[in-house]
Design a protein around this ligand. Structure first.
Ligand SMILES: [Zn+2]
Length: 180
C-alpha cells in the first residue's frame, strides 16, 4: 500500500524484541515457511509480530443517507465512517454493531460484511461492513467531534481523499455501486 499522507500515523508495527512473558532477549529462529521469527529460549516459543483487528462500518438509511463522523485523532479536516478496535471474544459483526451503538447511539436493522482491508498507518486489519437502519438522531461519544447524516452522493466532499485499498474508500464505492 502507498503511504497515506493525509492520515496521521496512529499505530506501529509490533515486532517483539524481548519476551513479553519473561523478558528474555529474543533470538531469530527458523520457523519453517515463515522464515526467521523472534524466539524465546527460556519459554521455548515464537513471538510472531502482532497487529490489532478493527471494524469500520458504512451505515446508511433506506433513503440513502450515510453517517459521517469526525475523529479528531485521525484528522480535524476529513470525515469517515464509525470504526473501532475489536475486543477479545468478539467476532467482527459483533464489534461493528457495538461500535455503532457506542459511538452514535444507533440500533442497526441489518449488517453485511463488505471486505477486509489492511490499514498501514495504524498497523491494523480493518473488517468492513455496510449497515442499514432507519434514520435516527446521532448521539456522539466523546471520541467524536462531529457526526451527521448526509446524502450518499454528496458525502464524498467531506471524506478522506480516495485511496485504493483504504477501507472507507472501498466501502463508499461498494455502497454506491449497490444503489445502481
Ligand atoms: Zn520467555
Amino acid at each position: 500500500m502507498k503511504a497515506i499522507t493525509f492520515i496521521k500515523k496512529v499505530g506501529f508495527s509490533m515486532t517483539y524484541q524481548f519476551c513479553p512473558t519473561c523478558g528474555t532477549k529474543l533470538q531469530p529462529h527458523d520457523a519453517g515457511d515463515d522464515g526467521q521469527i523472534p524466539y524465546c529460549d527460556h519459554c521455548q516459543r515464537f513471538w510472531f509480530p502482532t497487529f490489532a483487528d478493527c471494524v469500520i462500518t458504512l451505515v446508511a438509511t433506506p433513503q440513502h443517507e450515510i453517517a459521517l463522523v469526525k475523529m479528531p485523532y485521525l484528522s480535524t479536516q476529513y470525515e469517515s465512517f464509525v470504526s473501532g478496535y475489536m475486543k477479545p471474544g468478539e467476532v467482527p459483526a459483533t464489534s461493528a454493531v457495538r461500535e455503532l451503538h457506542e459511538e452514535l447511539g444507533l440500533h442497526i436493522d441489518q449488517i453485511t460484511p463488505a471486505g477486509s482491508y489492511w490499514f498501514d498507518a495504524a498497523n491494523v486489519l480493518m473488517h468492513g461492513f455496510i449497515a442499514v437502519t432507519e434514520k435516527q438522531p446521532l448521539v456522539l461519544s466523546s471520541e467524536l467531534s462531529a457526526a451527521h447524516w448526509v446524502d450518499a452522493y454528496a458525502a464524498h466532499q467531506y471524506m478522506f481523499p480516495d485511496q485504493p485499498g483504504l477501507a472507507a474508500t472501498e466501502l463508499y464505492y461498494r455502497y454506491l455501486k449497490s444503489l445502481q
